[in-house]
Design a protein around this ligand. Structure first.
Ligand code: NAI
Ligand code: UGA
Length: 429
């Protein structure tokens, strides 16, 4: 099958590469020319384990190409995937301008019958809007179908997730289009769930909102644990053993970040609001997460009279491990607060320091290693649970002015830190 993928962010690139890997001919299109030039050389613009190798293999096999020219990108396509961004607008709703532009680009260039597949996360009704835009703007009189095929991959394990997904959701109002998209996806060997377009659109938001709800729920339980002398890790383990609850997404910490949970929860509140429904539960989830982001700052302020003369080491900048993605990372607000309070901030992250430089305050210092960040620091904050940070020998904290650690990801056992002479503050323990 000849497939074109519009947009080469996380989702577009991983979709394109994995469809090529299972044998399709894929051309990825992006308006960002410098990105396209990099990808043509087999260099992924994002840090994602295994992606460079899979990209290069498929480029060499002639199954994967890149272009910034929509006409060239669409000329052989049987199916076009839309994977452009749907960022947050000021009011929290999803900004659909890139999706709508992609639909116009398709309308301007298609010359034969086509199926348009929407991978981007879009509010219910958007695929109908895509259909309307293409119908209104198409130059050649061809037939086309629209299919909603939301993406559930996680950054940092995107390829693993694509090849071992729990399900592929195909939302279509035409049996023919649904069967073609099912056939394309068959080699993944993943269960396929068929539904109508609007239900598929909502499955994506509901899934992200539910996972975010689990996180805010356990974070509130963690706050109670701290006050009643319980251990949130034991509580979540004991809860998760009940298969109806499940053990995943019950890790307490400094809340969820990243490119999707924050924007998708707010977008779903707006989607509900647009049909006169007040999604009270989800508003609570968002508010709890907002507070959780600065939990370590609150703990620091309780421990120290002032941060004005303090040197604070921040370990981990990315919103989660195994990615250099800084979108909605807790480190942004945490370092901002530290700088506001006059602290000297020295940071370390195994891969995200380059991407962090564009997002963080210019006064922030970057260290070449955990050891260098900790040297002479008054306190250390752990914001991302990279293996390199988790696996550090706690003896390393002895190089600090005073070994005081505030761990937003519960990387260490309380006992180990005690035995190592570290003053250790974690979440819910
Ligand atoms: N990042 C993630 O892990 C996941 C994202 N999603 C959803 O997938 C969608 C894409 O997200 P990301 O990959 O993070 O997006 P992104 O914002 O990182 O990348 C989008 C890309 O599309 C390109 N683009 C924009 N308009 C274009 C056009 N008309 N023609 C060609 N290229 C165009 C941009 O230059 C950019 O490179 C969003 O709706 C997101 O919610 C879903 C699951 C996971
Ligand atoms: O729509 C999306 O973009 C994607 O959003 C998330 O994936 P991702 O944002 O890559 O990362 P997650 O592993 O879900 O983590 C999100 C945030 O929640 C936090 N988290 C996660 C799990 C947990 O138990 N506790 C917790 O605080 C992480 O630290 C991170 O900041 C979903 O897991 C994917 O299924 C979805 O496709």
């Amino acid at each position: 099958m000849n497939i074109s993928v519009v947009g080469t962010g996380y989702v577009g690139l991983v979709t394109g590469v994995s469809l090529a890997e299972i044998g399709h001919h894929v051309i990825c299109i992006d308006i960002n020319e410098s990105k396209i030039e990099k990808m043509k050389q087999g260099i992924s613009p994002i840090y994602e384990p295994g992606l460079d190798e899979m990209m290069s293999r498929n480029i060499e096999a002639g199954r994967l190409t890149f272009t910034s020219n929509h006409k060239e990108g669409f000329c052989h396509a049987d199916v076009i995937y839309i994977a452009v961004g749907t960022p947050e607008k000021a009011d929290g709703s999803a900004n659909l301008e890139f999706v709508e532009q992609a639909a116009r680009d398709i309308a301007n260039h298609i010359t034969k019958d086509i199926i348009v597949v929407t991978k981007s996360t879009v509010p219910a009704g958007t695929n109908d809007r895509i259909l309307e835009i293409i119908e209104k703007n198409q130059i050649h009189n061809v037939k086309f179908d629209v299919v909603a095929n939301p993406e559930f991959l996680r950054e940092g394990s995107a390829l693993k997730d694509s090849f071992n997904a729990d399900r592929i959701v195909i939302g279509a109002n035409s049996g023919y289009a649904a069967s073609i998209i099912e056939k394309i996806n068959e080699p993944f060997g993943v269960p396929i769930y068929h539904t109508d377009i609007r239900s598929a659109e909502l499955i994506k938001y509901a899934s992200n909102a539910f996972l975010a709800t689990k996180i805010s729920f356990i974070n509130e339980i963690a706050a109670i644990c701290e006050r009643v002398g319980a251990n949130v890790e034991d509580v979540s383990k004991g809860m998760g053993m009940d298969q109806r609850i499940g053990e995943s997404f019950l890790n307490a910490g400094i809340g969820y970040g990243g490119s999707c949970f924050p924007k998708d929860t707010k977008a779903l509140i707006q989607i509900a609001g647009n049909v006169a429904y007040d999604f009270e539960l989800l508003k609570g989830v968002v508010n709890v997460n907002q507070k959780q982001r600065t939990l370590l700052i609150d703990k620091l302020n309780e421990r120290f009279d002032t941060l004005a003369d303090k040197r604070i080491a921040v370990l981990g900048l990315a919103f989660k491990p195994n990615t250099d993605d800084m979108r909605e990372a807790a480190s942004i607000i945490v370092t901002e607060r530290l700088i506001e309070q006059g602290a000297t901030v020295i940071t370390y992250d195994p891969v995200a320091m380059e991407s962090a430089k564009d997002r963080l305050h210019s006064d922030i210092l970057y260290a070449a290693s955990i050891q260098k960040a900790l040297t002479d620091a008054d306190a250390a904050l752990i914001l991302t649970e990279w293996d390199e940070i988790r696996n550090v020998n706690p003896i390393v904290f002895q190089s600090m002015k005073s070994p005081i650690v505030f761990d937003g990801r519960n990387c260490f056992s309380v006992e180990t830190m005690k035995e190592s002479g570290v003053e250790y503050w974690s979440v819910g323990r």
